[in-house]
Design a protein around this ligand. Structure first.
Ligand code: AMP
Ligand code: MG
Length: 394
């Protein structure tokens, strides 16, 4: 059995970014840009009013304080005209400022007497309230650099440039294979001896939270032939395969045997940790295979500790969960030998190890916001002991 730190070192060797893929802008959130993006146009594409008010030539106004109001520009108007000398136009936010004008006064700072504009704005400067053409970005200028993560704000910025497709490093294609003759799908009646499959739901949700939207799901009974067949197929269609259950030493546990039959190289099997001791990790070419234990709490713990870091690395080059060093709010009994991952609640100051830590239980996990990591060498911890806490995604 290897240690948690050895397992992390092994997994760290994998998870290279996938080949860049062209994606629709709205699907690319969370991905990393594969190329520099240059603006195809000036933004704004024309001098643009940032206020509801009146547009005019600043020099004309300085020479002739009463400007005759002639014409109007509303947002979206494509009227093309030049403002007459010593004239002003009514203008609204977002509208093009026509040639002949360089300044806009807000409507709160004027009066109009007999169609003549009187400006009461001592602070007004030439060019006020006009967004110059290309002041946000000019055509051909670098907008975003390769390697940057596409955030919602970046998507807005790119959409404003009229961009609809992006070359990004795509999220891995992932197949989840759940094993277990006892599994029933929620929504169907539960017979004696059955349990609802919850692992596929928790894993799919966790994957969605880290940016993997397309997850394929396969259910297999505890039969070596069938599992081998499904695993082979999943390997052809996916970058990562996550199996749950069947990875231990029982007579109906076939994950390791099926992996061998599929030509998967075992990188490790079994770790000095609780929960999740039977975890399996294998590779075949660039494909990664995680045999997660069946117990729901082990599944999600192993996902956060070992799968998430590699998925994040592939998508955006980032690591796993954020780690903080925090004092324990209550004592915890532990013997040396295994690393413990405890469901905990971090209140911003101290971390409380929750009850119901057994691997079949999800109740406390559902109320946890972190996993406390107690190294294998650690024995009983007093209240106030500083421990490593992995903050779960909100
Ligand atoms: P196994 O590792 O296959 O022996 O499974 C260990 C425990 O996890 C058993 O109690 C299983 O019923 C349970 N289990 C396995 N797969 C699932 C699943 N998809 N959803 C919920 N519980 C599961
Ligand atoms: Mg099983």
């Amino acid at each position: 059995m290897i240690s948690v730190s050895e397992a992390r070192e092994i997994i760290q060797q994998y998870g290279a970014a996938l080949q860049p893929l062209s994606m629709k802008l709205q699907d690319a959130v969370g991905c990393r840009l594969a190329v520099d993006i240059f603006s195809p146009l000036d933004i704004p594409a024309y001098p643009q009013s940032s206020m509801d008010g009146y547009a005019f030539s600043f020099a004309d106004w300085q020479n002739n304080t009463g400007l005759q109001i002639k014409g109007e520009m509303a947002a979206g108007s494509s009227d093309q005209f030049k403002i007459d000398p010593d004239a002003a136009i009514r203008i609204f936010t977002g509208a093009a400022v026509p040639p002949g004008a360089d300044t806009v006064v807000m409507q709160e700072k004027i009066t109009v007497i007999n169609g003549v504009l009187q400006i009461q704005d001592e602070q007004l400067k030439k060019g006020a309230n006009v967004r110059l053409k290309g002041s946000e970005i000019k055509a051909g200028e670098l907008a975003l650099s390769a390697g940057m993560t596409v955030t919602p704000a970046a998507i807005g910025f790119l959409a404003a440039m009229g961009i609809t497709e992006l070359l990004v490093f795509p999220p891995p294609v992932i197949t989840i294979i759940i094993t277990g003759n006892e599994l029933q799908t929620p929504g169907h009646e539960l017979s004696y001896g059955q349990v609802y499959d919850s692992n596929s739901f928790a894993l799919t949700a966790a994957l969605q939270q880290c940016g993997v939207k397309q997850v394929q799901l396969v259910q297999v009974s505890d039969e070596l032939e069938k599992l081998t067949h499904q695993l082979k197929q999943a390997l052809e269609q996916s970058d990562i395969v996550l199996l749950t259950g069947g990875v231990s030493v029982g007579d109906y546990d076939f994950v390791v045997a099926a992996a061998q039959r599929c030509g998967i190289s075992t990188r490790f099997h079994k770790l000095k940790q609780r929960p999740g001791k039977p975890l399996f990790f294998g590779t075949k070419e660039s494909k990664l295979i995680f045999g997660l234990p069946g117990n729901p709490s082990s599944v999600l713990t192993c996902f956060y500790m070992y799968v998430l870091p590699v998925v994040n690395k592939m998508i955006n080059g980032k690591n796993g969960l954020l780690i903080k060093q925090v004092p324990l709010s209550s004592a915890y009994q532990k013997t040396a030998g295994l690393t413990h991952f405890l469901k905990g609640y971090f209140d911003g100051h101290t971390v409380n190890p929750l009850g119901a830590q057994e691997s079949y239980r999800m109740r406390s996990f559902a109320g946890a916001n972190c996993l406390i990591e107690l190294d294998e060498a650690i024995t009983d911890c007093d209240q106030g002991t500083i421990v490593a806490v992995h903050l779960l995604p909100e």
